[in-house]
Write a protein that binds this ligand. Sequence first.
Ligand SMILES: Cc1cc2nc3c(=O)[nH]c(=O)nc-3n(C[C@H](O)[C@H](O)[C@H](O)COP(=O)(O)O)c2cc1C
Length: 229
Amino acid sequence: MPLKTNPAGSVTEAMETRITVRGFLDKAVPEDVLTQIFETARRAPSGGNLQPWRAHVMTGKTLEGFTHDAIENVKSAQMEGETFPAYPSPLWEPQRSWRYKLGEDMYGLLEIPRDNKLGRMMWLANNARFFGAPVGIIITGNTKLGMAQHMDIGIYIQTLMLLAREAGLHTAPQGWWRRHPATAAKHLKIPEDEHVLVGMALGYGDPDSSVNNLWADRAELDELVHFYD
Ligand SMILES: Cc1cc2nc3c(=O)[nH]c(=O)nc-3n(C[C@H](O)[C@H](O)[C@H](O)COP(=O)(O)O)c2cc1C
C-alpha cells in the first residue's frame, strides 16, 4: 500500500496513515510547524505528571555534524555502548516471529535476501542518517528513571508521531540511537545524569521509496484484547 502523505484530519486518520518511514524527501520542515508539534506534545500525560522526557531537536549544521559522526562510527564498526537493549534475549513466541516477519518483509521490499548479511547491515546503517530526514530527534531522560517513566516516554513519542501526521509529516522512531551515546554527548547538551532513550527521524515521507510501502502486520484483535462483559 502506498504511503499516505496528506495531513491527517483526525486522530483515527493519523493512526491509520502513520507508519515508520525509512526514506524522506529532501525538504525542510518549517520552523513554526516543528515548534508547534513540540508545543502541543507538552500536553502528553505522565504518571505523577513527572514529564520525564527531554527532546533534542536537530536540523541544519547540527544534524549534519551529528549524522557525520554516527556514519563514521558505523563505518569503523565502533560501538559506543548501549543505554539498554532493544529486546529481551532470547525473545519468545509470538514476539520472536513478529520480529522475524518484520525483517523479512522489509528486506523483501528492498530486495536484499537473507544470505546477503552485509547488504542488510549496510542498509540498516541508514539509521545513522535518520533515513535522510531533515529533522533528527534524540529523547533523553534521567538515568534513574523507572519502568513507569519509560512508559511515559512511549506515550510522548507516540504523541509526537501523531501530531507529525496532522502536519503532513512522517516519522521513524529509532531505538538504534541508544547505541551512540558518545555522539549524542558530543553534539547535544545532555546533563551527566541523563542518557539517550530513543531517537526519531521526522520529515516529509518519500512516497517513491520502496521501503515506505511496508505496512507492518498486526496481530488480530482477539489476540491482543480481551473484552469482559
Ligand atoms: C521504540 C521504538 C523503537 C524503534 N526503533 C527502530 C529503529 O531503530 N530502526 C527502525 O528502522 N525502526 C525502528 N522502530 C520501528 C518499528 O520497527 C515499527 O514501529 C514496527 O515494525 C511497526 O511498524 P510501523 O511503525 O510501520 O507500524 C522502532 C519502533 C519503536 C516504537
